[in-house]
Design a binder for this molecule. Structure first.
Ligand code: COA
Length: 683
């Protein structure tokens, strides 16, 4: 969502909130902290038994951690035996639950208990261990949060109508389950990130709260009708639990960092991987839903990003076609990703189509009118049969949300893309012979691997630093008696223009060739100047050293006026700056201001220190870098090969001699390929 301000209303609606089933429609209530008598208790459920735990003592002081712990121990002691799982009713079909609810609240005790739950800040479920393969702990945890394991395990230990239910298992597995009416995932995950962060730090709680109220057991009177409803709910729920096929997968090869490095939107890239994963499994595309947040607008909720597009299909087909070259596949991938990003931008800016069409349909129904023809069209129905229902919910923690598929033969796919890994929750229904969450998770993994391999060969992926650097090359001054060297500054305006051009897909091959020629020729001009005594570096050094040497401010007057250096450089013979600097130093004079200028220092921080040392043999000299985060690069160019010696310091996390050597190789290859297409090469 970038740096856009977002509507924060949802944050105020996730605590002290609850949904109530209704025969025609449900109700939702929130008891905000700024009301005259705000809720101060939480609901704790253990062994299907409900308790009200006051979280504040006298003068609204919150209970300390030890006090809360003691209260929870009392809850556990007071519910050693399991109660009838009245909470399981909240997992029922809403109409069925509404009927049971209306009957339940006819009893005053039940009504008071339910009201207490509704008003509580949140629910805390103290769960039994969910049996499962703990080598796949995340999937076990996901099931525990999503359904609790069934009527014989923890599903009765819930009140699913409550917006937030924290779940803590005996074995330490914890997480939360949330009811979607009031908010999307991001505010809920922010709450969870905050809790996780809070738990990592020490807090001085001061003195314990006074006047702590004892925990109160919430009673339910269950007559035969209610008990029958509970039995039915158990059966219905167990069917659903059995039907759920869930896989949580952690992809650790890379995260948002890789798509960013190749200048692609990570979310759009991951969505494109989903498209490829599905296509590879089913040999066809499918309507795909992704949540777009409308929180740029007040009270905004969501619209739909339709991730399946003409471009994504072209990419999927291209990837499966051996006649399509790698370069073409890369282009197809970029087009698919960028077209998805365009859709995202439209959707989050209120230009999505789905909520608009839904609004038209509901308005028609409400007014007793016929639903518009479009909604009855087969194509429209197919395009709304979202076999992939996806959502990005980023978290600072290694967390992932899971939700079910929205169609019987579809997948629910929720992902948490972190900087260097991505965590997925994939769900499907066992009753569908078409789907399998594990297969889909593996297909997504394979698509991500293949897409990286594809893009790793792209021009963008070859970017090592994405910026130029001051570069030294030795120029020989041996045309002059006793001449030694000057500096060829190989980094130039022209070389930078060429580098940028190479990474710009809008620049044609012909334009790239022109940029390359300009860069090479401008370097050659500098070479000619430098070897003919017109280099600037030894001259400037000479000025500096001369000033130092002469202990004079003698040269200072020349350099103090900001405009003067330019003038001076124009009329002084631009050579032997080193001599001047040395002379200054030798004469004890101040080094001219130019030498202290930040720009000048940067321009002399030679991250690339290079030298050509030709030999008839396959020899190469090696020397160290001249700055801690730089490279030494010596080369022996022969008629039909070039030998390089590349050095760097291990202590610098920025440099890697092997990476640089490979990058040089790749650049030479790309430049040859570029020039091989030129008119000259064809002559
Ligand atoms: N090159 C390099 N970096 C890029 C890039 C590109 N071409 N495009 C994007 N990036 C960067 C972004 O600057 C951002 O950087 P950051 O990590 O420093 O913030 C990062 O990549 C992520 O951007 P992107 O992957 O494009 O997605 P996004 O964060 O904008 O999210 C949506 C896109 C669709 C997920 C988001 O707009 C949205 O609507 N989310 C709703 C989620 C929701 O409600 N889910 C809950 C359902 S219950």
């Amino acid at each position: 969502m970038g740096k856009n301000p977002l509507c924060m209303t949802q944050f105020y609606k996730i605590l002290s909130a609850c949904r109530t089933p209704g025969l025609k429609k449900d109700m939702w209530e929130c008891f905000p902290p700024d009301e005259p008598n705000p809720p101060t208790h939480v609901t704790v459920i253990h062994n299907n038994t409900f308790f009200s735990l006051e979280a504040y003592g006298k003068n609204h002081k919150p209970l300390s951690v030890d006090q809360i712990y003691n209260q929870l121990q009392k809850v556990v002691e007071m519910s050693k035996n399991s109660s009838t799982p009245v909470g399981i009713l909240t997992s029922e079909n809403r109409n069925t639950w509404a009927k049971a609810y209306n009957h339940l609240v006819k009893d005053k005790t039940n009504q008071a208990s339910i009201q207490n739950i509704k008003r509580s800040i949140f629910v805390l479920c103290l769960d039994e261990i969910l049996p499962g393969d703990m080598s796949d702990e995340r999937s076990v945890a996901a099931k525990m949060m999503l359904h609790g394991g069934g009527s014989q395990l923890n599903t009765g230990n819930r009140w699913f109508d409550k917006t937030i239910q924290f779940v803590v298992g005996r074995n330490g597995i914890c997480g939360l389950s949330y009811e979607h009416t009031t908010a999307e995932g991001p505010p809920v995950v922010s709450l969870m990130d905050h809790v996780a962060e809070f738990c990592k730090t020490e807090h001085d709680e001061g003195l314990p709260a006074e006047n702590v109220k004892p925990v109160e057991k919430l009673e339910f009177n269950l007559d035969n009708k209610s008990l029958e409803a509970i039995d039915q709910a158990k059966k219905d729920l167990d069917k659903q639990v059995k039907d759920l096929d869930l896989t949580v997968a952690k992809f650790t090869d890379y995260g948002k960092n890789f798509p960013k490095s190749v200048k692609l939107s990570p979310d759009s890239y991951i969505q494109t991987a989903f498209q490829l994963a599905f296509y590879r499994l089913y040999n066809e595309p499918c309507a795909t839903y992704e949540t777009a947040s409308l929180r740029k607008y007040q009270h905004g909720r969501t619209d739909t990003i339709r991730s399946c597009s003409i471009e994504s299909l072209a990419f999927c087909k291209g990837m499966c076609d051996t006649n399509v070259s790698q370069e073409q596949k890369r282009e197809l991938l970029k087009k698919a990703v960028n077209s998805h990003k365009n859709y995202v931008n439209e959707a989050i800016n209120g230009q999505g189509i789905d909520r608009h069409l839904l609004g038209l349909k509901l308005a028609a129904i409400k007014n007793g009118m016929n639903v518009p023809d479009l909604h009855m069209d087969q194509t429209y129905s197919t395009s709304c049969h979202f076999k992939l229902s996806t959502s990005q919910v980023p978290s600072k923690e290694e967390a992932v949300l899971v939700f079910g598929p929205v169609v019987p033969n579809g997948y629910g796919l929720c992902y948490n893309p972190q900087e260097s890994q991505i965590i997925f929750g994939v769900s499907a229904f066992n009753c569908s012979p078409e789907t399998e969450s594990n297969k889909m998770a593996n297909s997504v993994r394979q698509s991500l691997i293949d897409m990286k391999n594809l893009m790793a060969g792209s021009v963008q992926a070859k970017l090592l630093y994405n910026e130029p650097c001051a570069t030294y090359e030795t120029a020989s001054l041996r045309k002059y008696q006793h001449g030694r060297t000057d500096t060829i500054r190989s980094c130039s305006i022209e070389s930078l223009a060429f580098c940028k051009g190479m990474f710009d897909t809008n620049v044609s091959q012909e334009q790239k060739r022109e940029l390359l020629k300009k860069a090479v020729n401008s370097h050659k001009n500098y070479v000619n100047e430098a070897i003919n005594g017109q280099g600037i570096d030894r001259h400037l050094l000479g000025l500096k050293l001369a000033a130092i040497k002469n202990g004079m401010n003698g040269l200072i007057y020349i350099w103090t006026k900001p405009t003067v250096p330019v003038v001076i450089l124009n009329y002084l013979p631009v050579r032997h700056l080193l001599g001047l600097k040395l002379a200054a130093i030798k004469n004890g004079m101040n080094v001219p201001d130019l030498h202290r200028d930040q720009t000048y220092s940067t321009s002399c921080h030679f991250k690339l220190s290079t030298s050509q040392v030709p030999s008839k043999e396959e020899a190469v000299l090696v020397f160290g870098p001249v700055v801690p985060n730089g490279y030494g690069l010596c080369y022996n160019p022969q008629e039909s090969q070039i030998i390089f010696g590349v050095s760097a310091f291990n202590c610098s996390p920025e440099t890697d001699s092997n990476k640089m050597a490979n990058s040089v190789k790749q650049s030479l290859t790309d430049m040859k390929n570029l020039m091989a297409g030129s008119v000259q090469a064809k002559l």
